[in-house]
Design a protein around this ligand. Structure first.
Ligand SMILES: [Zn+2]
Length: 327
């Protein structure tokens, strides 16, 4: 990294230290009080160029404004103590999941979303969401991990099959651990007066290849991508994902049922997460799907709940790709 780029980057970082920052001009002579006059670009412009894809749903719903989060003191401790340091001092960012080779992307993303805290910029870029869907795709190599991150940037190998699949009492196939957790959850929910049913779960990649190729004969790829998931990119291939209804109402109507509320509040106790949460469409690439739950195991689901981490993408960056020292 050359000196000029470093300078530019440190300035960018300081923008995120506090809403109002002291910026020391590179002349070292003039100190200006710099009020946070960062451009105010609405978040719903974010990714409006990309499509929301899923086999389940093809709705074209607006993306809600993203909530801004506070900046962790720990994340900026080094920078905070260097506000008055010489501009040329060799200060590197201290986020443990910062990746030097992504510096230019951090900068570009921060310029696109100037109100997004630096900490968020870094994990979101690490998750790849600064890039259009289906670019920078990584093929998942270890499919036996506790969690498998499958999304628009992480695909399963086309010959992937779960080692073992068993039917839920309602029919669809899942992995044995997913079934055990699901059945316990359904029993407990029933005891409290809630009717939850798994209506769709495992889908094979082979099936998806057939479907997707059939569509490709009718429409160009960019059109097919708006209504059909590419083979290997659907969580339903893992056998760890279940779409729910409440017996009386369909999956599409699930959101406003008392069961949806119960699932949102309790699923983590059984190791499930609501994989496409509300207001995180820009991260997951999917509209809010309160019915789509994914088994990640009780420790991870609980950790996410406790840490307030709502997407598997954020968890992946902070706890899997870069393990937090104390975790
Ligand atoms: Zn689903």
């Amino acid at each position: 990294m050359n000196k000029k780029a470093k300078k530019r980057y440190r300035k960018k970082i300081r923008k995120y230290i506090v809403g109002t920052s002291l910026v020391i001009l590179s002349t070292g002579m003039i100190v200006t009080i710099y009020s946070s006059t960062l451009e105010d670009k609405p978040f719903n412009e974010y990714k409006n160029e990309t499509e929301m894809l899923d086999n389940d749903k093809n709705k074209d719903e607006p993306i809600n404004e993203k909530q801004e989060e506070g900046i962790s003191e720990e994340a900026y401790s080094d920078e905070n103590t260097n506000e008055n340091a010489d501009e040329t001092a060799d200060v590197e960012p201290t986020l443990y999941y910062y990746e030097a080779d992504k510096e230019e992307r951090y900068l570009a993303y921060a310029e696109r979303y100037p109100k997004l805290p630096y900490e968020e910029v870094v994990w979101q870029v690490n998750a790849g969401v600064d890039q259009p869907h289906y670019t920078g795709v990584t093929e998942i190599t270890d499919t036996e991990e506790e969690i498998i991150l499958v999304n628009k940037y992480h695909k399963l190998p086309l010959d992937f099959e779960p080692k073992e699949l068993v039917p839920l009492s309602s029919g669809p196939l899942v992995t044995p651990a997913t079934k055990e957790a699901y059945e316990q959850m359904v029993r407990d929910a029933k005891a409290e007066g809630y009717s939850i049913r798994g209506v769709s779960a495992y889908r094979s990649i082979a099936y998806q290849i057939d479907v997707y190729n059939r569509y490709l004969r009718q429409d160009p790829e960019e059109v097919v991508d708006t209504y059909s998931a590419r083979p290997g990119f659907s969580e339903h291939h893992t056998g760890r994902t279940i779409d729910l209804d409440n017996i009386y109402r369909t999956m599409d109507e699930f959101e406003h049922t008392k069961e949806a509320k119960w699932v949102a509040e309790n699923a983590y106790k059984y190791g499930f997460i609501v994989r496409y949460p509300k207001d995180h469409e820009d991260i997951t690439g999917y509209i809010y799907e309160p019915w789509h739950i994914t088994y990640v195991g009780i420790p991870i689901a609980t950790e996410m709940k406790e840490q307030g981490i709502e997407t598997l993408e954020e968890y992946w960056v902070k706890y899997v790709d870069h393990k937090k020292a104390e975790f």
